[in-house]
Design a protein around this ligand. Structure first.
Ligand code: GZL
Length: 312
């Protein structure tokens, strides 16, 4: 009725004119670029003035950006923390300044008293979904697995490793024989995969690659092709994010599975902030987004067409 409509418009109006600082990690992956694009779009739609900082994947730059936002006296801070440790003091400074902080897509090891809420996926579950797919794909064959880890010390790298290992632990025919960080980028994913291929009989001894994100998988696919092997066939490929290019690779038979991570973390974050600004509502400390498995059976070309251009 009218009252409800009035309430909604009032709440939405509460966001009008608010200023939010976004301490973003960088643009290391297609997924990260999409998260940034969607955050800017959401701010625009809600009449929020967004101040944006790209830290080039350096924690010290994120901390400096937060201090600058505090000095500007803004109304809230969004932080995608590049690594889990080292945030206590700057989060305490934001708390002293009474500026709410919302974490996006990664976690921190600081007390949850130091931030309003965190919006993200269940990172351990993503690793488990990836592991379960590979267990089903491999059956009881021997499978030597190589792993491209995300950024060292980041919660996705830690938790996606844990989840995957939990699942394959019960299968003696499956073993991770090499594991190294590719820092979530295509370039480093390719470079590290080249070293894995050389170390593993030109890749002939590798059954599967588990990459903590699609961008490293796409880089690795190029390395596998250049080594004269068929990615997606000679070496199975499973990764996480659901960016357009992994669906393109699936459509070409060069990748096998991905676990989707929504790039829209800002929607739930701004909803929580609008409620908090309106009447001090304190949200749950963790707002979990969905994770869905996609394989070559899920119309990858259609998924590619749907996703490309969405800011990736
Ligand atoms: C995961 C997110 C990761 C993405 C990568 O929540 O932090 O960071 O999976 C990105 O693509 O680099």
């Amino acid at each position: 009725g009218t009252t409800a409509a009035l309430m909604i418009s009032t709440t939405a109006a509460m966001a009008e004119g608010e200023t939010v600082g976004f301490a973003q990690i960088g643009s290391e992956s297609g997924w990260r670029a999409a998260e940034t694009a969607l955050t800017k779009q959401q701010a625009e739609e809600r009449g929020i003035d967004l101040r944006f900082s790209d830290a080039q994947q350096k924690q010290e730059n994120q901390i400096a950006a937060i201090r600058s936002f505090i000095a500007q006296g803004i109304d809230a801070i969004l932080l995608a923390p590049v690594v889990a440790t080292g945030w206590d003091s700057v989060l305490e400074e934001a708390q002293e300044a009474e500026i709410p902080v919302v974490l996006l897509d990664r976690q921190v090891d600081s007390s949850d008293e130091l931030y309003l809420t965190a919006v993200g996926s269940n990172l351990v579950h993503e690793g488990e979904v990836a592991g379960e797919w590979l267990v089903n794909a491999v059956g009881d064959q021997e499978c030597r697995i190589v792993e491209l880890q995300g950024t060292t010390g980041s919660t996705p790298a830690i938790d996606r490793k844990t989840g995957f290992e939990n699942v394959i632990a019960g299968h003696d025919n499956m073993e991770i024989v090499r594991s190294q960080t590719g820092d979530f980028t295509r370039a480093q994913g390719k470079e590290v995969m080249e070293s894995f291929l050389q170390a593993e009989n030109g890749g002939k001894d590798i059954c599967a690659l588990y990459a903590h994100n699609d961008d490293m998988a796409v880089g690795a696919i190029q390395a596998i092709r250049e080594a004269g092997l068929a990615p997606g066939k000679d070496i199975l490929i499973v990764s996480i994010d659901g960016v357009p290019d992994i669906f393109k690779a699936m459509a070409d038979g060069e990748a096998n599975a991905t676990v989707e991570l929504t790039p829209n973390m800002a929607g739930p974050a701004f909803d929580a902030l609008e409620a908090y600004w309106a009447d001090g509502t304190a949200p749950e400390k963790f707002i979990q987004t969905e994770s869905r498995l996609f394989t070559q059976d899920d119309d990858p070309m259609g998924e590619y067409e749907t996703r490309k251009g969405l800011g990736y």
